[in-house]
Ligand binder design. Structure first.
Ligand code: SF4
Length: 208
């Protein structure tokens, strides 16, 4: 099979980086996790801290067997698939293989592409720069909205009515704006206790 066809079927994927670390944000904060960061993103967030991920062609394409074999080198059995925007790819083959090898599979996505894959935890972080695909709302376990501007509180509420009951709702200050919005976020969560605060603890602790 040609590489292009293998990528479109999801049996090979462009990997920007993969590393074993501590999940720093969201519901799994503090858990040891193997991150698989896929290359490629067409969302275009102005504050993106991984802009180098945007061009998929820059990154080596690896077979899913190779990706999973590398994950198995570490003791943790929690994998977080992130990007870039990982749902640009068919994630069925990779997640099926990971699960068959005993991994818990989590994803972090903007939801901008149709949902695929077998996931134990779906962190949906919608972005203003590209409308989410409707398939994300019924599978999201966590709605995580990054607060970069005061209009982001309204943007966050816009998604609440669409996610499932029980979906965890998190507001996370964008790192460079954290001090600007701390008070507003604290007051917002106190007045709207269906939301919780998520912090990028790995940045406070300087964990890569
Ligand atoms: S969706 Fe993620 S990777 Fe893509 S531009 Fe936004 S923050 Fe960056």
């Amino acid at each position: 099979m040609q590489i292009k066809e293998a990528v479109s079927s999801g049996t090979m994927l462009p990997v920007m980086e993969a590393f074993y670390t501590i999940q720093g944000e969201g519901s799994f904060t503090g858990h040891a996790a193997y991150f698989i960061r896929l290359g490629g993103c067409d969302v275009g967030c102005v504050w993106c801290d991984v802009k180098e991920s945007w061009e998929a062609e820059k990154w080596p394409v690896k077979s899913i067997e190779e990706i999973v074999a590398e994950a198995e080198q570490h003791p943790g059995r929690l994998v977080v698939i992130t990007g870039g925007e990982p749902l640009m790819y068919n994630l069925d083959p990779l997640t099926e293989l990971l699960k068959s090898r005993g991994f818990q599979t989590n994803i972090e996505t903007s939801g901008a592409h149709p949902f695929s894959g077998q996931f134990d935890w779906v962190c949906f972080s919608p972005k203003k720069f590209k409308e989410p695909h409707p398939s994300i709302y019924q599978v999201a376990d966590e709605l995580k909205v990054v607060v970069f501007h005061k209009s982001d509180f309204d943007f966050a509420e816009k998604h609440v009515s669409k996610v499932r009951e029980g979906c965890v709702k998190l507001l996370q200050p964008e790192w460079s704006k954290a001090s600007t919005f701390t008070e507003q976020i604290v007051n917002y969560v106190k007045s709207n206790p269906n939301w919780k605060i998520s912090l990028q603890t790995h940045k406070f602790m300087d964990i890569p």
